[in-house]
Design a protein around this ligand. Structure first.
Ligand SMILES: *[C@@H]1O[C@H](CO)[C@@H](O)[C@H](O)[C@H]1NC(C)=O
Ligand SMILES: *[C@@H]1O[C@H](CO)[C@@H](O)[C@H](O)[C@H]1NC(C)=O
Ligand SMILES: *[C@@H]1O[C@H](CO)[C@@H](O)[C@H](O)[C@H]1NC(C)=O
Ligand SMILES: *[C@@H]1O[C@H](CO)[C@@H](O)[C@H](O)[C@H]1NC(C)=O
Ligand SMILES: *[C@@H]1O[C@H](CO)[C@@H](O)[C@H](O)[C@H]1NC(C)=O
Ligand SMILES: *[C@@H]1O[C@H](CO)[C@@H](O)[C@H](O)[C@H]1NC(C)=O
Ligand SMILES: *[C@@H]1O[C@H](CO)[C@@H](O)[C@H](O)[C@H]1NC(C)=O
Ligand SMILES: *[C@@H]1O[C@H](CO)[C@@H](O)[C@H](O)[C@H]1NC(C)=O
Ligand SMILES: *[C@@H]1O[C@H](CO)[C@@H](O)[C@H](O)[C@H]1NC(C)=O
Ligand SMILES: *[C@@H]1O[C@H](CO)[C@@H](O)[C@H](O)[C@H]1NC(C)=O
Ligand SMILES: *[C@@H]1O[C@H](CO)[C@@H](O)[C@H](O)[C@H]1NC(C)=O
Ligand SMILES: *[C@@H]1O[C@H](CO)[C@@H](O)[C@H](O)[C@H]1NC(C)=O
Length: 635
């Protein structure tokens, strides 16, 4: 895998011109626009001057003013895209343009759309990327008949968890560019992110393995020397950043909070990104279904759940907050919220795959020792944590389960089996009408989803962990998902039959299924050829559009009806017959069949597509200790 001559050329060249180590395409990357590298000292958090209004912790009694100020701007910006999507949906019996205009003029209740991208490693990233490409009116042909372009531009929220957070985070640090512009390499302008043919264990093309690991080591070492608690998740987040943020040096200074300064974001040209992780209280090993669920957005991190009910300003999370504020003589610290560290936190289960580097040739011993050192003081059952400085220290001691700890341990957002980041979208104050829930989980023995994530969110809702959880609709058991094919085609959950008052949003469940490619690759495959990457993304596109409407020509209209479903109830508008047909066809009607199904081996749905490449020879998968990871297979 390692090209010795390249290393030599690079090494010699480096002594003269450092840039010669990077092929021309990596140098060209600097012209790509993105979120800002504004951390004070690369990956090392450092003191910055405090803003005039000193940062404080806020009680999560409602949405932040940042969000409530931003929402009307976003709503306004979604109007045209939504009208376009609905117009192309061609819902006979309703003048959708007029309907939306009426809502706009009345100043009330434009349908609010959210998209959620599940976890599941690179598979989930790629499947989700295909769905987002299908929803994006910037994709080639996405506004043709049968396609769904504009749904992304109609969306107010876009959430991601674990592998899904890699997609969401990566797009935002790349200035919310389109999936297509990342994957379609054209002459003279080659994208250098998402090069999954270069395994994360070997580092990106153009960077020697020695230099790659030296940078990983130095970045994390700097943070530790500055007095911050580091774990293997720091190394993992740094490594991810070479694939998702910047292949030359992993963009050590890119913060997630810098998105809040991006003009396209502040003017609400893009939906609000939400990244999900889970809090672990001290001594807690199993992630219980009532765990406190964290969200990161560009302004804040924290939770609306009863175990915390507080938010911290993300940019200043490393400051010495005590009981909600920074002491008068205390300083403001910035740079903890490195973008890759946020993504690494949401996907911290995968950091253990990183232990595979012990098998990669050329990894310097100092790096292995450093990783070993971070593992030494935690038990094996604690290896999945990301340690954040706890901004909620001594805050709300009665309700805050981690109030007495200076370290805040966060883990992979899917560890409670809620592998689709629905939780933040169920919050009543967010008033979401419909969630397009893209599920790239590997639940069945054959690595396809079977509704486990939906069942987990439903169970939490039944347990009434927080009042918002009651806003999730009924879903059936996993056997029913498989027996009724609900894991093979999109299904609507939470349909009302007119008489019921809806609780929470309509959920449009969109499971990964083999439309044009057997995209059920292992969660722990760390390497994909570019061809295979593109095939999985294309499959995701086909999954979202149901083969560009070839499987069901009504599908775009049914998407339109899903957008309108809650609004029609609100405005007491008669459901157009087209939508009634869609609801009859796509709503789960309460039927169950919980007999144990046979092994789930779905046939390819679209005929006549490109030949499959059955395996990528260089897969690392075989070397992964799958047995050790068996418990993670649901993620
Ligand atoms: C981000 O992309 C938009 C187009 O979508 C462009 O107008 C803008 O200049 C870009 N932002 C930066 C900071 O380059
Ligand atoms: C709403 O959007 C329209 C078109 O995008 C724009 O011209 C108008 O200024 C916006 N209004 C507000 C209040 O932001
Ligand atoms: C828009 O509002 C007008 C006046 O209230 C009403 O007559 C019309 O039916 C509405 N149109 C739609 C499509 O809702
Ligand atoms: C777009 O549609 C045209 C006409 O159907 C087709 O030839 C072309 O391959 C499509 N391009 C993509 C990227 O799908
Ligand atoms: C980091 O925090 C953990 C848990 O609080 C603790 O066990 C460990 O000793 C700390 N490590 C360092 C280097 O401070
Ligand atoms: C936004 O930009 C201003 C001006 O450069 C800077 O002071 C501030 O720290 C930035 N905010 C974030 C969250 O990065
Ligand atoms: C979950 O429930 C258990 C048992 O009722 C309780 O001890 C624990 O504090 C709860 N955890 C959270 C995060 O609410
Ligand atoms: C969020 O809003 C608060 C209060 O208006 C403000 O002080 C803070 O700077 C805002 N945060 C960001 C990142 O813009
Ligand atoms: C943080 O602030 C508290 C007082 O609120 C103080 O006791 C403590 O020493 C400070 N810690 C650091 C690391 O500055
Ligand atoms: C790291 O830990 C592993 C497993 O405990 C051990 O086999 C290896 O020798 C250690 N390597 C170094 C460089 O400390
Ligand atoms: C934190 O410590 C205080 C004082 O020792 C105690 O009253 C409180 O119950 C503790 N809180 C938690 C969540 O352990
Ligand atoms: C569904 O997925 C769960 C989690 O992986 C698994 O335990 C269960 O056996 C699966 N059931 C079916 C019917 O696929």
């Amino acid at each position: 895998m390692i090209n010795i001559s390249r290393i030599l050329v690079c090494f010699v060249g480096y002594l003269m011109i450092p840039a010669s180590c990077f092929p021309p395409d990596i140098q060209a990357l600097s012209i790509l626009e993105r979120a800002a590298p504004v951390a004070p000292d690369g990956y090392t958090p450092a003191v910055v001057s405090c803003p005039a209004h000193r940062p404080t912790i806020r009680a999560a009694t409602g949405l932040s003013t940042n969000e409530t100020d931003w929402l009307p701007l976003r709503t306004n910006n979604t109007v045209q895209a939504m009208k376009d999507v609905l117009s192309r949906a061609n819902i006979s019996g309703l003048d959708t343009g007029r309907y939306i205009d009426n809502l706009t003029n009345a100043g009330t209740g434009l349908p609010r759309v959210a998209i959620a991208i599940s976890g599941g490693g690179y598979r989930a990233l790629m499947n989700g990327a295909g769905a987002l490409a299908a929803f994006d009116n910037r994709s080639t042909n996405a506004t043709e008949t049968g396609h769904l372009g504009g749904l992304l531009q109609s969306a107010t929220y876009l959430s991601g968890l674990s592998g899904g957070s890699w997609l969401v985070g990566s797009l935002y640090v790349q200035n919310f560019t389109s999936v297509e512009s990342i994957i379609s390499a054209t002459d003279g302008f080659l994208s250098t992110i998402w090069q999954f043919d270069h395994s994360i264990l070997n580092g990106p093309d153009g960077l020697s393995i020695t230099k790659y690991y030296r940078q990983l080591f130095d970045d994390v070492d700097g943070k530790r020397d500055a007095g911050f608690n580091t774990t293997i998740t720091d190394y993992w987040g740094r490594a991810l950043s070479y694939q998702l943020v910047d292949p030359s040096d992993g963009g050590p200074a890119f913060t997630f909070s810098s998105i809040s300064n991006d003009t396209d974001f502040t003017s609400a040209q893009a939906p609000l990104p939400l990244i999900v992780a889970i809090e672990r209280t001290s001594g807690q090993l199993q992630i219980a279904s009532n765990s406190t669920i964290f969200e990161f957005n560009p302004w804040e991190m924290g939770s609306y759940d009863p175990g915390l009910e507080a938010f911290a300003p993300l940019q200043f999370v490393g400051s010495n907050f005590t009981n909600g504020s920074i002491p008068r003589n205390g300083s403001c610290i910035a740079g903890v919220d490195n973008a890759g560290f946020v993504m690494g936190t949401s996907s911290s289960l995968f950091n253990q795959a990183f232990l595979q580097i012990g098998r990669v040739e050329g990894v310097p011993e100092f790096l292995i020792s450093a990783i070993n050192a971070t593992l030494a003081n935690v038990g094996t059952e604690n290896r999945d944590i990301a340690n954040w400085p706890n901004p909620f220290f001594r805050y709300n001691s009665s309700g805050n389960l981690n109030a007495n700890s200076t370290v805040l341990a966060l883990v992979d957002g899917g560890e409670d089996l809620q592998n689709i980041p629905l939780h933040p979208l169920l919050l009543a104050e967010r008033e979401v009408d419909v969630v397009f829930a893209v599920d790239g989980s590997a639940d069945t023995a054959t690595l396809w989803p079977n509704g486990t994530a939906m069942v987990a969110t439903f169970n939490r809702s039944e347990a009434r962990v927080s009042s918002n959880d009651s806003r999730f609709p009924d879903v059936p058991d996993q056997n029913t998902f498989v027996n009724l094919g609900l894991n093979q085609r999109p299904t609507f959950f939470g349909c009302t039959n007119g008489s019921n008052t809806p609780r929470g949003p309509l959920i449009v469940y969109m499971p990964n299924a083999p439309y044009s490619f057997q995209s059920n690759v292992s969660t722990f495959d760390l390497e994909y050829s570019i061809e295979e990457r593109n095939q999985i993304i294309q499959n995701g596109y086909n999954m979202a559009t149901m083969g560009n409407g070839t499987v069901d020509s009504n599908w775009p209209a049914c998407i339109g009806c899903a957008i309108l479903a809650r609004s029609l109830v609100r405005t007491r508008t008669r459901v157009p017959s087209k939508c009634a047909d869609c609801f009859a066809r796509y709503c789960w009607n309460g039927t169950t069949n919980n007999t144990l199904p046979n092994t789930y081996e779905p046939a390819q749905i679209l005929a006549n597509t490109t030949e499959q490449s059955t395996s990528s020879a260089a897969r690392i998968s075989g070397t992964l200790l799958l047995g050790c990871f068996a418990f993670m297979l649901a993620i």
